[in-house]
Ligand binder design. Structure first.
Ligand SMILES: Cc1cc2nc3c(=O)[nH]c(=O)nc-3n(C[C@H](O)[C@H](O)[C@H](O)COP(=O)(O)OP(=O)(O)OC[C@H]3O[C@@H](n4cnc5c(N)ncnc54)[C@H](O)[C@@H]3O)c2cc1C
Length: 469
């Protein structure tokens, strides 16, 4: 048993000496630019906005190679400086906000695509996902999934902070075995060491918010690319749209890679769809391979819907319509917040996604308080549904009362209003903190973002691991 690891103190760091020791790594020390790189999309949440809006880093480093990244970590180790990794800064929970100040390491300069194999791609952590998908397309492949922020978000940030996205209804979430083949990550020590995580061990780094090691490279499974057609179907009621969405998600003969169901009142906040989608109708947004469009049309008709939009990428671009996935996942929330900041959102898992009647009953009970938006995915072969509703409040007690209503109606809350990694429900035990103790013995990485670290940091990695059994 040793002493608890103290929280690193950015005020005690000699920043002038840090800057000298970081050379020749590029740095940014202009306050306004450092502050800008201390933000992410936490402002979606009124709770996080109040808690994080005054948290800023002290200095930004921009390594271009693995050696430069290792140098940054070694220097931070020597100065006991807090360290926060940053890719595109598009996380939603303040994941890349430096709660205790310190060094921000921006990975955008480490963006090489290292290897494209028959069914995999190996990339540096700072590669943008749109660039990875573009490179894969030339090989007839694409990523198993990506977030709607692919143009500005990095693969390192997605693996460290994200969970699922466009493609997950076909290929599962990131944590589905085989989707992440390998993660390489540096420890934070005097001489950082690159560790290789494969198989189940990738889950110790995935969705650990950069607390457990610094990702240098990721190897991901890829799938054949298709001639994707952007589709939008409209329905008389939310229940009809949800029922059709559930049916489409279950169809193995239609290789859909997106099935989003959006309340008509949310669709009213999509001005760029005006003239393309009839007003006041509940929506299903999808991406379907061209050769399976007939089957898709049949499915929509059978569920009482109408296909209002069906375009390939060239037609869509000519019509001035963004990617349809910008009307799904967390972009749906952004479309509303762009015109009205008095709303927020939440993340709920639907425990029995086949129970359409229960979804419809909750939709009616929520009334004007919350407007539903479901995303269908697949996990270990079974279709799953999550609801990311627009919730019309800035008041936490009202938000928690909506949470309670969802819980009472067969849903699990994956809280989007917490800046601690355990709060979202994906790190339920201590195993990832055993890895943290090995990889980051001084607790310098993203301090304050783990609720449980203070309880176990005095233990050895093996002792922490034993707590999880
Ligand atoms: C409009 C919108 C839509 C979104 N849609 C989705 C979605 O569909 N699915 C989804 O899962 N998420 C989604 N997100 C959340 C977010 O965009 C994604 O998770 C994204 O991939 C994060 O990438 P980033 O480069 O911006 O990461 P950042 O926000 O920069 O970082 C995210 C976390 O990863 C850590 N990190 C970054 N790089 C490294 C590294 N090299 N090593 C270790 N840790 C690192 C950071 O410290 C931070 O904790 C969405 C967000 C927005 C705003």
């Amino acid at each position: 048993m040793t002493k608890p690891v103290p929280t690193p103190d950015a005020d005690a760091v000699d920043w002038a000496a840090m800057k000298r020791d970081l050379a020749p790594v590029a740095i940014i020390d202009e306050t306004v630019l450092v502050k800008k790189r201390s933000r992410d999309f936490f402002w979606y949440s009124p709770v996080l906005n109040a808690q994080l809006k005054r948290s800023f880093g002290d200095l930004v480093a921009q390594p271009k190679t693995k050696d430069e990244l290792a140098q940054c970590l070694s220097v931070a180790f020597g100065h006991n400086a807090p360290v926060v990794l940053r890719g595109g800064g598009t996380g939603n929970y303040g994941q890349s906000v430096p709660l205790h100040g310190g060094l921000i390491i921006e990975t955008l300069g480490m963006s090489r695509i290292l290897e494209i194999g028959p069914d995999f791609v190996r990339v540096e952590a700072g590669a943008l996902m749109a660039d990875i998908n573009a490179a894969l397309k030339a090989h007839g492949r694409e990523m198993t999934m990506f977030p709607s922020t692919q143009d500005i978000a990095t693969i390192g940030g997605f693996v460290a902070g994200g969970s699922a996205g466009i493609g997950s209804v076909a290929n599962g979430p990131l944590r589905e075995p085989g989707n992440i083949r390998e993660i390489r990550a540096l420890s934070v020590e005097e001489t950082p060491v690159e560790h290789v995580f494969q198989g189940e061990d990738v889950l110790r780094i995935h969705h650990a918010w950069g607390l457990n090691g610094v990702i240098t490279e990721v190897t991901l499974r890829t799938v054949p690319t298709r001639d994707w057609i952007s589709c939008m179907a409209t329905f008389d009621s939310y229940a009809d749209a949800y029922r059709a969405g559930y049916a489409l998600a279950n169809r193995q003969d239609i290789d859909r890679k997106l099935v989003s169901v959006v309340d008509a009142r949310i669709a009213a906040y999509f001005p760029r769809l005006e003239g393309h989608i009839p007003k006041g109708r509940d929506l299903m947004v999808s991406l379907v391979p061209r050769e399976q469009l007939d089957a898709f049309h049949d499915l929509i008709r059978a569920h009482g819907g109408t296909v209002a939009l069906s375009m390939d990428d060239a037609e869509r671009a000519a019509a001035g319509i963004p990617h349809v996935f910008e009307f799904g996942w967390n972009h749906t929330t952004l479309q509303v917040l762009k015109s009205d900041r008095s709303a927020t959102y939440q993340q709920y898992g639907v425990n029995d996604p086949s129970d359409v009647e229960r979804v419809a009953a909750l939709h009616a009970r929520l009334g004007r308080r919350a407007w539903m938006h479901h995303e269908f995915s697949r996990y270990e072969g079974a279709v799953t549904a999550s609801d990311l509703p627009i919730i019309w409040t800035q008041d936490e007690s009202e938000l928690r009362s909506v949470d309670a209503l969802y819980r009472a109606n067969g849903c699990t809350v994956y809280d989007a209003h917490t800046y601690q990694v355990e709060g979202g429900g994906m790190k339920p035990d201590f195993r990832h903190l055993a890895v943290k103790k090995r990889m980051d013995p001084k607790g310098l990485l993203n301090p304050g973002k783990s609720r449980s670290w203070a309880d176990v940091s005095h233990l050895s990695p093996d002792e922490i691991e034993a707590l999880a059994r």
